[in-house]
Design a protein around this ligand. Structure first.
Ligand code: GDP
Ligand code: K
Ligand code: MG
Length: 295
């Protein structure tokens, strides 16, 4: 019985499926996902222990070019700092779209001096697997990948193969976290993230990504978790949209969030949601820091 331990970074441009992949690798929903780019704002750590092997996945905000706003700048820094001290990088791509942001992620990874596995995700959307070959060919000329695996993070296709490769990459070493932990993030943080996910999914493009969520109360009360959270938006009009006609929308967001929380915390949850207008916060790095986006 020898303990094995290591960090594995999941890298790629926004929306290729990094967070979905991490959640399925650890078998728990730790990192929120949505169709919107920039759903993941900070580095999220997911921990998976199987017998003697403990792997810590680092899910990153997607690397992207725009640094115009303070929030973008902070997200890029969070993504970069994941590249030190990892045993393996999983570079995730979506074979349906190749963009400048993929190109940038690829070159960042190339310079990292760590073995890279290419995970070609969303293969459930590809009818003709041979159509992947030109992409594989092109990328293999830039990086010598340790392995190239077509996967579907959503359906679980080939994830057992990926898991075995990850396991084999872990050197001997003591586990850094207790064997039953799934993340280094606080329950408060996870609760806020769950609300943010439902908000992003419910609002579609109506709400800019600058809205955020702050958990104001999180306490256990006789086998019940009492959580209250504020949704922070920039304008009054946005507040109206989040609340919806007759409070319909916020009710829906609350119901969906509560279900996920009950699964994650394995407890009954009483969730109270409200909306606050906080003008201009996304342009202000100091405001971000005070909200915990300080990576
Ligand atoms: P991230 O920004 O790279 O973390 O990407 P997300 O994990 O948030 O996923 C972005 C979108 O792609 C979401 O709508 C996911 O449901 C979807 N997605 C992720 N993996 C797959 C997959 O294997 N197949 C399909 N069809 N969609 C996927
Ligand atoms: K996303
Ligand atoms: Mg993500």
């Amino acid at each position: 019985m020898t303990a094995h331990f290591g960090f594995v970074a999941i890298i790629g441009r926004p929306n290729v499926g990094k967070s979905t992949l991490m959640n399925h690798l650890i078998g728990q929903k730790i990192s929120i996902t949505s169709r919107k780019p920039q759903t993941t704002r900070n580095r999220i750590v997911g921990i998976d222990t199987e017998g003697d092997y403990q792997v810590v996945y680092v899910d990153t905000p997607g690397l992207h070019r725009e640094e115009k706003r303070a929030i973008n700048h902070l997200m890029n820094r969070a993504a970069e700092s994941a590249l030190g001290d990892v045993e393996l990088i999983i570079m995730v791509v979506d074979p349906n779209h190749w963009t400048d942001d993929d190109e940038m992620a690829l070159h960042r990874v190339k310079n990292a001096d760590v073995p890279v596995v290419l995970a070609i995700n969303k293969v459930d959307t590809i009818a003709d697997k041979e159509s992947l070959l030109p992409l594989i060919d092109k990328l293999s000329k830039i990086i010598t990948f340790k392995d190239i695996i077509p996967v579907s993070a959503l359906r679980g296709t080939n994830l057992h193969i990926l898991k075995q490769i990850i396991k084999d990459s872990l050197p001997e070493g003591d586990h850094l976290f207790p064997d039953d932990s799934i993340t280094d993030r606080s329950s408060r943080f996870l609760a806020a993230e769950i609300v943010r996910e439902k908000l992003m999914r419910q609002m579609g493009d109506e709400l800019p990504y600058s809205s955020t969520v702050e958990v104001e109360e999180f306490k256990e009360d006789n086998g019940l978790l009492r959580i209250s959270a504020a949704i922070l938006v920039e304008r009054n009009g946005q507040k109206k949209m989040v609340v919806g006609a007759g409070g319909d929308r916020i009710k829906k967001i609350g119901t969906e969030a509560r279900k996920d929380m009950e699964k994650l915390f394995d407890s009954k949850v009483f969730l109270k949601l409200f909306v606050k207008v906080k003008a201009g916060w996304s342009d202000d790095a100091r405001a971000l820091k005070s909200l915990g986006y300080n990576d």
